[in-house]
Design a protein around this ligand. Structure first.
Ligand SMILES: *Cc1c(COP(=O)(O)O)cnc(C)c1O
Length: 368
């Protein structure tokens, strides 16, 4: 048997007629950049997230970057995030001219440690970027309360958490502003690079609309120096077709996660992720084991694709050697980086495939 890490084709097959019609509509109306399909998606996505505004952009990285720019964050400023995230979280801070500062994590949930976060606040700190890592909301209420106390902005990195909800509030509606990615493999994926910000702040939404389109308030009248970071029409059309399916896909991801739990609960060498009802939309299903590298090799030889999110914490990446944060700076982040393994996870994965993965994991544990 073969088990892919994600299978984007299976999802396309399940909604092909709707997707093909939407793409053809854009080909016919030639609204290739922004336009009515992007506007419709922005409205629908804001409604879905429970925010007043959503602004369509060309990637999640651009969403993080433009959010920081709209908040007025730049040189001399510090922004606190976590080191166990995709590099783009830190790179957006650097691109805005500010300095990324990292807080350590809770080794059980993998989310930012709010106490450690509090210790990293300095007079230069302007914002916090908590990452809803792997699709879980984490301690977002505590982060928001801490930020309020210190007069800091909260920019949610919701790139992995489309639709995650707690007490009726969704990812993207907790902070001052939030960044989403619609990279094809994300829970809500475009057919290319795309992203968005969500916010309840009209001024921030307006600023980002200007910044994404060359700083223009209208065509060829440029109020500020901006960027070309607009969402393309085909992505708006595809995303608006997919959005009504997202609840069902998230439900399926949670069911698949529960199934992994059931099948692996008697494997003591494996630490399973916490399941917290709808808080978690399981963008990734991440287990922990001291025998990670051997297990990954074993699964590969059995036709099972796995990944590591992420093998090198950002403070230990060559690109950030300049921060001078060596090994030992964030013990918990560094500990889990050597033990985590992401198992195949997508709504269309079958019961047989999950059983096969679980059998192979147990087979490996028995053989060692
Ligand atoms: C995917 C991702 C990003 C970047 O999104 P792109 O659309 O690929 O630019 C940022 N942060 C996190 C946590 C991500 O998973």
């Amino acid at each position: 048997m073969e088990v892919k890490f994600v299978d984007l084709k299976a999802q396309y097959q399940s909604i092909k007629p709707e997707i093909d019609a939407a793409i053809n509509r854009v080909l016919e109306n030639t609204s290739f950049i922004l336009g009515p399909d992007v506007e419709r998606f922005e409205e629908d996505f804001a409604k879905y997230c429970g925010t007043k505004y959503a602004v369509g952009l060309n990637s999640g990285t651009s969403a993080l970057f433009l959010a920081l720019r709209a908040l007025g964050i730049g040189p001399e400023d510090e922004v606190i995030t976590q080191a166990n995230t995709f590099i783009a979280t830190a790179a957006a801070i650097s691109a805005a001219g500010a300095t990324p500062v990292f807080a350590d994590i809770n080794p059980r949930t993998y989310q930012i440690d709010v106490q450690d976060l509090g210790r990293r606040i300095t007079p230069k700190t302007k914002a916090i970027i908590p990452v809803h890592l792997y699709g879980a909301l984490g301690p977002i209420e505590e982060v928001v309360a801490l930020a309020k106390k210190h007069g800091l902005y909260v920019l949610e990195d919701a790139c992995q958490a489309h639709g995650a909800v707690r007490n009726g509030k969704r990812a993207g509606a907790f902070g001052d502003i939030a960044a989403f990615s619609f990279y094809p493999g994300k829970n809500l994926g475009a057919y290319g690079d795309a992203g968005a910000v969500t916010t309840n702040n009209e001024e921030l939404a307006k600023k980002i609309k200007v910044l994404r389109d060359h700083g223009a308030s209208r065509k060829y009248f440029h109020d500020v120096v901006g960027y070309n970071m607009r969402m393309e029409g085909i992505h708006g059309a595809v995303l608006d077709v997919k959005l009504p399916h997202l609840e069902d896909w998230s439900k399926k991801r949670r069911e698949r996660a529960a199934e992994y739990h059931r099948l692996l609960s008697d494997a003591p060498e494996i630490i399973l992720p916490e399941i917290t009802s709808k808080d978690h939309v399981f963008h990734l299903f991440v287990i922990r084991t001291k025998k990670r590298d051997e297990l990954q090799k074993y699964l590969k030889s059995a036709g099972i694709q796995t990944n590591i999110h992420y093998p090198v914490p950002i403070h230990l990446q060559k690109a950030y050697a300049g921060l001078g944060l060596g090994a030992g700076s964030y013990p918990k982040t560094e500990l889990i980086a050597g033990e985590i393994l992401s198992l195949p996870m997508y709504p269309e994965i079958t019961q047989e495939q999950i059983e096969y993965v679980a059998v192979k994991i147990k087979e490996f544990l028995k053989s060692t």
